[in-house]
Design a protein around this ligand. Structure first.
Ligand SMILES: Cc1cc2nc3c(=O)[nH]c(=O)nc-3n(C[C@H](O)[C@H](O)[C@H](O)COP(=O)(O)OP(=O)(O)OC[C@H]3O[C@@H](n4cnc5c(N)ncnc54)[C@H](O)[C@@H]3O)c2cc1C
Length: 395
């Protein structure tokens, strides 16, 4: 039953909280509290030093969210709304923690959950559900970014083992992964996911952390080189035989990123609103100025529209009606709005908006990554264009 006294403390202009179940609300509050008490007070030094905050990340285990929407195998078994709310609340605090969670639970566990055999799920998911093994998802290559359908990495079967050759780029969690999924083409040109277990100890695998990132600095991305890497034949994921199968994982990834973008923008807005009410100039709070109110209203309106898109998408996922184009439109809209809102929030704080200690600058750079990963905004826009016109303008 909805209780006014315990209503959501963040922006909820259209009273969406009223439509959540108690279970969804409880989970959302639990994640919100973790972000307030553990993520926000501790994340900045990790971000500045480009260091992975292992303790903060491992604390996610206690929230009952690992594995996202996968049921069984010790995984959280969240419903689509719960998954979205988790992404939203984590992103309000920090994009690096959000990406660590999304790559592990969504992309890596999601690939095994959707495309693995029963035996493969039994073999890998339980340890991943307890964060004993961290997952990574390696699709992008140095020469194949948006054009990932044409991956150059190869897998050939030799004496009961797959032999992998190629290179991957930007792979989140790779340097700490226990389960690394490499997307490659076999000798028949068929697409497949090949699991390298404990890749740091496998001959022929080189993993090098990419330095100098301006956003999501506390989650590590890596270049990977694969030189005659041998893995057991049974480590090829059972189902994917075409890029379309991976698309099932990517469409849910875009669903999550649309929520992430909404959360990132909401976090920046809420901090800017608080600051504008407290900070005085010319004898009045900033919030008393029309020009500042204009920014606040702009931000709140954009965040509300983003929330509405996400709430409706959650219904569509639950009804098995989410399409590629719907997820792309949501990601496209929310990512570009997150960029806009975080910049308005940043400027509302004046000079203090530049300082990492006020968090908004970090969220602003998170928005840059959101804009580019899980399909750049241009590619997602063109996927919607293809749906509207029936003409593919990407290739
Ligand atoms: C921080 C971070 C984390 C990431 N994590 C992962 C991960 O865990 N696993 C993984 O596999 N990948 C990951 N990626 C990779 C990400 O998905 C790619 O960066 C993205 O797909 C774009 O590829 P690219 O960077 O090579 O850009 P490019 O494809 O080279 O694109 C450059 C520009 O050209 C535009 N462009 C490209 N093609 C077209 C076209 N046909 N029409 C119009 N414009 C076009 C793009 O939109 C972009 O603006 C990550 C990236 C980042 C930055």
């Amino acid at each position: 039953m909805f209780d006014e006294k315990t209503a959501y403390s963040g922006l909820d202009f259209f009273k969406l909280d009223n439509f959540l179940t108690d279970k969804q609300r409880d989970l959302r509050n639990r994640v919100q509290e973790y972000v307030q008490t553990t993520v926000l007070p501790n994340i900045n030094p990790y971000w500045e030093n480009a260091e992975f905050p292992r303790d903060i990340a491992m604390g996610l285990r206690d929230l009952g969210i690992i594995g996202g929407m996968i049921r069984g195998y010790g995984s959280a078994g969240l419903d689509p709304m719960e998954m979205g709310l988790v992404k939203y609340e984590l992103a309000k605090g920090d994009g690096s923690i959000n990406t660590f969670f999304g790559v592990h639970s969504g992309l890596a566990m999601g690939s095994i959950g959707l495309l693995g055999s029963d035996e493969q799920r039994e073999r890998w998911l339980p340890a991943m559900s307890h964060l004993e093994k961290i997952g990574a998802f390696a699709l992008t290559e140095p020469t194949q970014g948006s054009d990932a359908v044409n991956v150059q990495t190869t897998a050939r079967l030799e004496n009961g083992q797959w032999v992998l050759n190629g290179a991957k780029r930007w792979i989140g969690n790779a340097s700490i992964a226990g389960i690394l999924i490499i997307w490659a083409r076999d000798e028949d040109g068929k697409f497949g996911g090949f699991v390298i277990e404990d890749p740091q100890n496998v001959e022929g695998v080189e993993i090098e952390v990419i330095e100098g990132k301006i956003g999501k600095r506390a989650v590590l991305n890596a270049d990977i080189r694969l030189n005659n890497v041998r893995i057991p034949e049974e480590n090829r994921l059972a189902k994917p035989r075409s890029f379309k199968d991976v698309g099932k994982v990517l469409v849910l990834g875009r669903y999550g990123v649309a929520w992430e973008a909404a959360g990132c923008a909401a976090g920046a807005f809420e901090m800017a609103l608080k600051y504008a009410k407290e900070r005085e100039q010319f004898g009045k709070p900033l919030a008393a100025r029309q020009l500042i109110q204009q920014k606040l209203v702009e931000m709140a309106t954009e965040v509300t529209a983003m929330q509405l898109i996400c709430f409706q998408m959650a219904q569509l996922v639950a009804a098995n009606q989410l399409t590629d184009a719907i997820a792309s439109m949501a990601k496209y809209n929310n990512a570009r709005k997150a960029r806009y809102v975080t910049q308005l929030a940043r400027e509302t704080l004046g000079g203090n908006g530049i300082l990492i200690e006020n968090h908004i600058a970090r969220l602003m750079t998170d928005a840059e990554i959101i804009y580019t990963y899980e399909g750049t905004n241009e590619i997602n826009m063109l996927l919607v264009g293809r749906e509207l016109t029936g003409i593919n303008a990407i290739v």
